[in-house]
Design a protein around this ligand. Structure first.
Ligand SMILES: [Fe+2]
Ligand SMILES: [Fe+2]
Length: 172
């Protein structure tokens, strides 16, 4: 059984992950609207990953005999995106924010002597390293590309190659 404090923090993290999915979905929609279908496809895989993260937490709470509380999802971070660079910079900033949330969760699990929760969260700690690296690498590349139409075209092609987690060994 989880303590009330750990349970509350886990429920809030489910909301954060679903909010991430919703944010990334807004980016998918932007990319399609400006004809970057490869970037849209990359971000769609990311959206699915975020739903996967939420479900991992959902299942853990259930296994521990806790009750999942679904909280309202905010669209506060959604914007009228104006360029792929702006989108990937926002995605990177968002993942840094999520890393902070995961670190807070680990701290709460430790404070409450919840070893199972702490060990479970290690997967998320590692995952955040990957999430930050993925988004910052694309943002960096887009910064170098600047306004080059050819560069953006190549980048769109390249990002379109990202396979969904269910169909590859890339994981979640
Ligand atoms: Fe996530
Ligand atoms: Fe990932």
């Amino acid at each position: 059984m989880m303590s009330g404090r750990v349970l509350k923090a886990f429920n809030e993290q489910i909301k954060e992950e679903l909010e991430s999915a919703y944010l990334y979905l807004s980016m998918v929609s932007y990319f399609h609207s400006v004809g970057f279908d490869g970037m849209a496809s990359w971000m769609r895989v990311q959206t699915e990953e975020e739903v996967g993260h939420a479900m991992k937490l959902f299942d853990f709470i259930s296994e521990r005999g806790g009750k999942v509380e679904l909280l309202p999802i905010s669209t506060e971070r959604h914007k009228r995106w104006s360029s792929p660079l702006e989108v990937f910079q926002a995605a990177y900033a968002h993942e840094q924010f999520i890393t902070g949330k995961i670190n807070e969760l680990v701290k709460i699990a430790r404070d409450e002597n919840d070893n199972a929760a702490e060990i479970f969260l290690q997967w998320f700690v590692t995952e955040q390293v990957e999430e930050e690296a993925n988004t910052s690498r694309v943002a960096q590349a887009l910064e170098r590309i600047g306004d080059s139409g050819h560069g953006l075209f190549m980048m769109d092609q390249k990002l379109g190659e990202r396979a969904s987690a269910s169909g590859s060994a890339e994981g979640e």
